[in-house]
Write a protein that binds this ligand. Structure first.
Ligand SMILES: [Zn+2]
Length: 244
């Protein structure tokens, strides 16, 4: 199918900043296959253990699955990935510009470090990402972040423990910048309040680092305890935890 007369796809410079990933992939599709009407394209980010991405054509739709490592990547990097994946799907050579841009990004020191951490953590500690069967930790994190931290906490990696542990309900791992929550909470029978309280506690560890002054190592400092008292219904939350 031909494009409507007078229609010209927006060039990358103008469009890039305002596009959703779906719009970006659709634009790149038009660029690569100008005579074909683009099918609906669905783009999702997933907690893979590495930076791999996947594309397939199924039920007249293009499904793109991208590592969540690239969720915050600059738009030109995602654009390069769109050229690589759609090129792969239709066996078209990928312009060197895009292959190079993408490779350069993955080779950046901070990306290599992030990938290394994700491999370690997802390989060992996480079976899944933040999305559980019943609760989504990213969603709850952002809600608590807005309510108690003015939305200013940077989101660490969030994940569910492999086992539904009763002894380790939550855990902040500063060396991996990750919060791990016991899978015991990922259930319809556990009230959200209890999970929120445990996650809030771990988020305070993010906000108030361990105090190394003096001989004693203080994990729950005075400021930490004071901030924890902002949480309403602590008593109720603790009762639920006891009954788990
Ligand atoms: Zn603690």
């Amino acid at each position: 199918m031909q494009l409507a007369p007078g229609f010209s796809p927006p060039g990358p410079q103008s469009a890039l900043l305002f596009e959703t990933p779906e719009e970006m992939f659709t634009r790149v599709f038009r660029e690569i296959k100008p005579r074909t009407q683009p099918p609906p394209i669905r783009v999702g980010f997933f907690p893979f253990a590495n930076a791999d991405s996947f594309i397939k054509l199924q039920d007249d739709r293009i499904h793109v699955r991208i590592s969540d490592l690239l969720e915050g990547a600059p738009a030109p990097v995602l654009e390069a990935l769109a050229y690589i994946l759609i090129g792969k799907l239709y066996r078209r050579p990928v312009p060197r510009l895009y292959a190079h841009r993408y490779r350069l990004y993955l080779n950046r020191r901070d990306m290599r470090r992030q990938m290394h951490l994700v491999r370690q953590i997802r390989g060992r500690k996480f079976l899944s990402g933040a999305e559980g069967v019943h609760y989504d930790l990213n969603e709850i994190f952002e809600r608590l972040n807005a309510r108690y931290f003015n939305g200013l906490l940077g989101r660490p990696l969030l994940g569910w423990s492999r086992q539904p542990s009763r002894s380790m309900l939550g855990h902040f791992d500063p060396s991996h910048n990750a919060i791990i929550i016991s899978r015991i909470f990922d259930s319809a029978s556990v009230p959200l309040l209890a999970l929120e309280y445990v996650l809030f506690h771990e988020m305070l560890h993010l906000r108030y680092p361990v105090d190394h002054r003096g001989v004693r190592r203080r994990v729950h400092t005075k400021e930490f305890r004071a901030a924890e008292r902002q949480f309403p219904n602590v008593k109720k939350a603790k009762e639920i935890l006891k009954a788990l």
